[in-house]
Ligand binder design. Structure first.
Ligand code: G3P
Ligand code: MG
Length: 266
């Protein structure tokens, strides 16, 4: 008798997160945290970027990592002393390479627009540097971000527990706002904190992550992201622990070092 049962083709379920996330954009090849760095990440095939957000002195949320502008611009001084006009007057590209001369500091609004144009995912790190106000940052940055990106293309993370608490306070729906807790090394209280915040993910310094802790995090149902790794060979021992994604300055380095590279390039 002829077999009339349907032919079963393997179902490939898309992963909720790619294996790699470009740290500060493609920061190995473009000035970190700029529109150029995100475009560069997109060009090499990255689907997600990690970016830092802070407030200027006039309350504008901008994509920037440091407390000051010295390292990544042609000027010096504190970010909190700048208004938007002054921030936009800085050249934030030449410090990296003459190819990026004239690059301007990106506002969060400009960055969200670009991410939508490119259909990319964002891990937005709420960067609360010394002396800065976590609540003010959340109030200015979060509604705009939630309004721009769908839940499945956004994780909001922070090292700062006040910022995470304020974010959850502003958006109590854990499906709508995926929160990531950043740790240099997960504390013994990680699970308590994750439950309290209804967190989605833990983001851990890969050099300080132990297999036992990684498996605990995964067994408890959380996503596990590791930052900032640029050595795919050394990182290879972590994938079998259940790590979901690596945050890297140069995700292309991981191209042939992923757990299932036949289905996803980076
Ligand atoms: O979000 C991961 C990583 O960006 C945290 O450290 O200093 O690069 O912002 P940092
Ligand atoms: Mg960061």
């Amino acid at each position: 008798m002829q077999d009339t049962s349907p032919i079963l083709s393997p179902v490939i379920t898309p992963r909720p997160l790619p294996y790699t996330v470009a740290h500060r954009g493609l920061s190995a090849h473009a000035p970190e945290n700029t529109l150029a760095a995100v475009k560069a990440a997109h060009r090499v095939g990255c689907q997600w970027v990690e970016l830092d957000v802070q407030l200027l002195g006039d309350g504008t949320p901008v994509i920037w990592h440091d407390n000051g502008v010295r390292r990544c611009s042609d000027s010096r001084g504190k970010l909190a002393k700048l208004n938007l006009a002054k921030a936009k007057a800085l050249d934030v590209g030449t410090w990296f390479s003459a190819d990026f001369q004239g690059e301007r500091m990106a506002t969060l609004a400009e960055m969200l627009e670009l991410l939508n144009e490119l259909d990319m995912g964002l891990n937005l790190e709420l960067k609360v540097n010394r002396g800065r106000d976590a609540q003010a940052l959340v109030d200015a940055a979060l509604p705009m971000t939630l309004g721009a990106l769908p839940a499945e293309r956004l994780i909001v993370s922070s090292f700062n527990s006040q910022a995470l608490k304020a974010a959850r306070g502003l958006e109590p729906d854990a499906q709508r706002l995926r929160l990531g807790i950043l740790y240099e090394k997960p504390t013994r209280q990680w699970h308590e904190e994750a439950e309290r915040l209804e967190a989605y993910s833990l983001h851990v310094d890969w050099r300080r992550l132990k297999e036992k802790r990684a498996r605990e995090i995964k067994d408890a149902g959380y996503r596990l992201l590791c930052y900032t790794a640029n050595d795919p060979v050394a990182f290879a021992r972590l994938w079998p622990w259940g790590v979901d994604s690596v945050i890297s300055d140069d995700p292309s380095l991981f191209e042939h070092h992923l757990p299932d590279s036949s289905q996803q390039r980076i």
